[in-house]
Design a protein around this ligand. Structure first.
Ligand code: SAM
Length: 418
């Protein structure tokens, strides 16, 4: 079961970061290591299907299964590793990890596939049509759920999106710099970037980072020139429309991506209360506010949050959610999420809305957002909430879909207090 702390975490990515931090690897090897780990997790179901075809479905020890997945991933999903190297390295790894007696089996299975690569590729392509959950390596219940809503073609586009390494986007921090000086600095630092354009984001506010040295080495990052953030996450702040001088509550603030953007829109004038029930993650809000120069932010753990009823101009609830809109960034999420979790999260989301609503002043705006694609956490939840809150009306609502909008999935609703 996904626990509260876990929803915000990228397990694989964090473990990888930690392991790579200690490893003295050149950048190209780091990138390959990342690609192998994330790719094998993403494509696990399809890789297991390939293995099962050659083993009559016999189960292997988990570590041996992983090695076979690793070898096959290189054969079928990577161009830059020659087949003979992928086979040789996997066999050597098998020996090193105590599978010496199975080295012949590993060698035979992989070599067999190098000889039948065209046929296997055709079978994999067919699988995407006949059994999309296996062909695109996602849980069956999730694919059935999405297919019921969007049909096969759009669902396949979503599954394909989820299986691709996501782009990195940088949001300009106007509290510290403007676009011209930031881009000049990037050119000096060897950052390659592209401009992007989205109707909810002003010109030259978000850039796609095509290639860059490690962020820790970039002065422009350390000095707070930008924040790493998908364009979809800016929609909630756009609909919140924060103004200088206001009192604003960000109820689920950590790690602070939206809080620091709200502070920038407020031009650091007014009062922004950034709250969260996770004290460890709240430290990240503090770090980000310090780096980005967001000085109008008051950090408040949920347990000590004290606000008078009807005292807040605007509230953002960027709720903990199933994260199904950001599966390309959370590679192992698809294998952890369970159907029952969605109903449990919806209850928690409803409770957050119920807690926040009395704090809103008459005429104030409450923005509810998730990075989920599931109606129970989005539009249907807002309708449930509105049914019990005659004092609020739905003013605007928007869903972003990766296969339609080309960004992470997101949902945002703006409610107005009468
Ligand atoms: N708004 C953040 C940003 O832009 O960086 C991301 C917020 S994340 C989607 C959801 C946050 O809600 C997590 O940091 C989690 O700790 C917090 N959270 C979960 N349950 C909560 C609760 N009952 N009250 C307050 N915060 C909660």
């Amino acid at each position: 079961m996904l626990r509260q702390r876990e929803q915000g975490e990228n397990f694989t990515e964090k473990l990888l970061d930690r392991a790579l931090m200690d490893a003295a690897l050149p950048p190209a090897d780091r990138a390959l290591c990342r690609e192998l780990c994330c790719g094998v997790i993403r494509w696990q179901a399809a890789l297991d299907w390939l293995i099962a075809r050659k083993t009559a479905g016999r189960t292997q020890k988990p570590a041996l299964q992983d090695l076979l997945r690793l070898g096959l991933y290189q054969l079928f999903w990577l161009d830059r590793v020659p087949d003979h190297a992928a086979v040789h390295e996997t066999v050597e790894l098998a020996k090193r990890f105590g599978f010496g007696p199975q080295a012949g089996f590993v060698n035979a299975l992989l070599r067999n596939y190098t000889r039948e690569a065209d046929e296997a590729r055709r079978a994999l392509a067919e699988l995407k049509q006949t059994l999309p959950s296996l062909g695109w390596s996602h849980p069956e219940w999730l694919v059935a759920r999405w297919q019921g809503r969007w049909g096969l073609s759009d669902t396949a586009r979503l599954l394909e999106w989820n299986n691709k390494p996501p782009p990195t986007y940088a949001r300009l921090n106007t509290l510290k710099t403007t676009a011209g000086p930031l881009l000049d600095r990037w050119r000096e630092e060897g950052v390659e970037y592209d401009f992007g354009s989205w109707d909810w984001i002003g010109e030259s506010n978000v850039f796609r980072m095509k290639a860059h040295p490690s962020l820790a080495l970039l002065g422009s990052f350390r000095d707070g020139g930008f924040y790493i953030q998908d364009p979809s996450t800016l929609l909630a702040v756009h609909l919140l429309n924060p103004q200088p001088g206001e009192t604003i509550l960000d109820l689920c603030a950590a790690p602070g991506g939206k809080s620091t953007l709200i502070a920038a829109r407020m031009q650091n004038q007014g009062r922004l209360i950034a709250s969260d029930n996770d004290d460890i993650r709240l430290k990240l809000v503090q770090e980000n506010c310090t780096r980005l120069g967001a000085t109008c932010v008051e950090i408040s753990p949920t347990a000590t949050l004290k606000l008078q009823p009807a005292s807040v101009d605007r509230i953002l609830i960027d709720a903990p959610c199933s994260n199904t809109g950001v599966m390309s960034r959370r590679v192992d999420l698809r294998w952890r999420i369970q159907p029952a979790e969605i109903a449990r999260l919806a209850q928690m989301q409803l409770a957050l809305l119920q807690k926040a609503a009395p704090l809103l002043r008459p005429g104030g705006a409450l923005v509810y957002s998730t990075c989920s694609l599931e109606p129970e956490e989005n539009g249907a939840l807002v309708q449930r909430f509105l049914a019990e809150q005659p004092g609020l009306t739905l003013e605007a609502e928007r869903e972003l879909l990766p296969f339609k909008d080309g960004v992470d999935g997101a949902y945002v609703a703006r409610l107005r207090s009468n």
